[in-house]
Design a protein around this ligand. Structure first.
Ligand code: ADP
Length: 461
């Protein structure tokens, strides 16, 4: 069953329960109130009769006309439908108020019996024609005998009022339920319409395999609005990831196709009659390209591992030791560069020593690669707050501001020919960034063309 129906049915059921409960409470309270009003009326009038009928003033044997004349007048405005009747021990009506006319109050033997037994009692007695009267009985002691005073009020108006209230409550409950049902469906449908759009967008993305579709929700930013916006952000992010993945695969194939073409060309050449020197040159080129391919493939593998979040080790990494080792290696690698070690604080972070070494190697190799002979490369390690600051700066060619935002992208090179000639493939800095991030850190760069670059790796201590 669709959620909008379920929500509507549930809200209607809850409203129905609340309305029924409140109607019952209103009905019972009103009935009690009106009942109490009638009973109070009966008590007041009964007391008035007792007050006016003083046994000493009634002559014996009883003169019922005197009693009748002493009955208090019934004010039809103050107490409508109040009837007074006196009966003797035999059940004969001896006195009654004029408004009863030829009628008598209905008889309830049990009530009469209780009254003569000396009890004051109030009860509802059926009076035929679907009407009832509320009767209060009390004994009236004369000198020689006891009469029973019955003061009664018709419940016709109370019953009629309660009947109308019943209908009013029932009708208002039904109308409220109907309106809630209709409005509920409309409102729930409107509130859930973005969810429907999200589903439709997701379905069309699935059907067309195109991540260009969006929900494009323009309503208020409530929970559902946030869901729609998050969905769009997610699709946008996935779209970017897929695009860059596609781009990357294209670039990677291109990078591998270059060496493969050269190797194949050389192998074709080797089939021919070449001089010994030409043969050696060809073989050298094949070897060089094979090494380059192997480096690209191993860098790609390393990147894939880093991006899949598989950190091979988690141990204390002695940064200073690695920095010093790297400076020794750099001096061997670039004897014509000046390799300086600046600050070298004894710091260590938790992670993979192998990866951190790789990170530093990439930065140092880049510094050597892009710094002309005679230039200076400075390595330093210092603490800044909770961070270890690993810095490789050079006095090399620098990077133009336009390239700076892209140099950490995979397979991005500023000058392809230059990178290629020096053994670079555009993966070095992407690996540096990946390793820094998998250690909870980051890498920043400051560079000025012609003056040099400084790469800083921040690792959480
Ligand atoms: P590459 O294999 O081309 O060196 P990297 O990812 O290591 O790839 O670097 C990307 C680009 O950033 C390089 O092509 C180069 O132009 C630039 N770059 C990196 N390090 C330096 C540096 N120390 N000085 C100048 N340019 C640099």
């Amino acid at each position: 069953m669709p959620i909008r129906w379920r929500l509507t049915i549930w809200s209607s059921l809850i409203l129905c329960a609340v309305l029924v409960l409140s109607s019952v409470i209103i009905y019972v309270i009103l009935q009690r109130y009106l009942g109490d009003e009638v009973d109070n009326n009966l008590r007041v009038n009964s007391a008035r009769v007792h007050g006016t009928l003083n046994p000493q003033e009634i002559p014996e044997p009883l003169d019922y006309s005197v009693i009748h004349s002493k009955l208090p007048p019934i004010n039809e405005f103050a107490s409508p439908g109040i009837y007074i009747q006196l009966i003797d021990k035999d059940g004969n009506v001896v006195v009654k108020s004029d408004n009863l006319g030829s009628q008598e109050l209905p008889v309830d033997p049990l009530l009469i019996e209780r009254g003569f037994a000396g009890n004051v009692n109030i009860a509802t007695v059926a009076a035929g024609n679907n009407t009832s009267v509320r009767i209060m009985v009390s004994p009236l002691y004369m000198s020689n005998q006891t009469l029973l005073l019955e003061v009664a009020q018709s419940l016709k108006y109370v019953d009629a009022t309660m009947g109308r209230v019943r209908w009013a409550l029932l009708a208002s409950t039904l109308v409220a339920l109907l309106l809630t049902g209709i409005l509920g469906v409309v409102l729930v449908r409107r509130a859930l319409s973005p969810v429907k759009r999200i589903t439709q967008t997701a379905q069309s993305i699935e059907a067309s395999s195109s991540l260009s579709r969006r929900v494009d929700y323009r309503g208020p930013m409530d929970e559902i609005g946030q869901l729609a916006a998050t969905f769009d952000h997610m699709i946008e992010h996935l779209d970017k990831v897929f695009q860059s993945q596609k781009h990357f695969i294209g670039n990677a194939s291109h990078e591998l196709r270059g060496p493969l073409t050269i190797i194949r060309g050389n192998l074709d050449l080797l089939d021919r009659n070449l001089s010994k020197q030409e043969r050696l040159d060809s073989l050298r080129e094949v070897k060089g390209e094979t090494v380059r391919m192997a480096k690209i493939v191993s860098d790609l593998l390393l990147l894939a591992q880093i991006e899949s979040g598989q950190l091979d080790q988690q141990e204390a990494v002695p940064l200073r030791e690695i920095l010093l080792e790297e400076s020794v290696r750099a001096r061997k690698l670039a004897p014509n560069h000046q390799i300086i070690v600046g600050r070298q604080e004894d710091l260590s972070v938790s992670g993979s020593p192998h990866r951190i070494r790789q990170l530093l190697t990439n930065l140092v190799e880049n510094a050597i690669r892009y710094t002309p002979e005679g230039g200076t490369i400075t390595l330093s390690l210092s603490r800044e707050g909770d961070w270890a600051r690993l810095e490789v700066s050079d006095t090399g060619i620098g990077i133009a501001p336009g390239h700076l935002p892209h140099i950490f992208d995979r397979l991005y090179t500023v000058d392809k020919a230059r990178s290629r000639a020096s053994g670079g493939s555009g993966l070095g800095l992407a690996i540096v960034k990946g390793i820094a991030e998998e250690h909870g850190g980051k890498v920043t760069v400051i560079s000025e063309p012609g003056k040099g670059s400084t790469f800083t790796v921040w690792l959480k201590l």
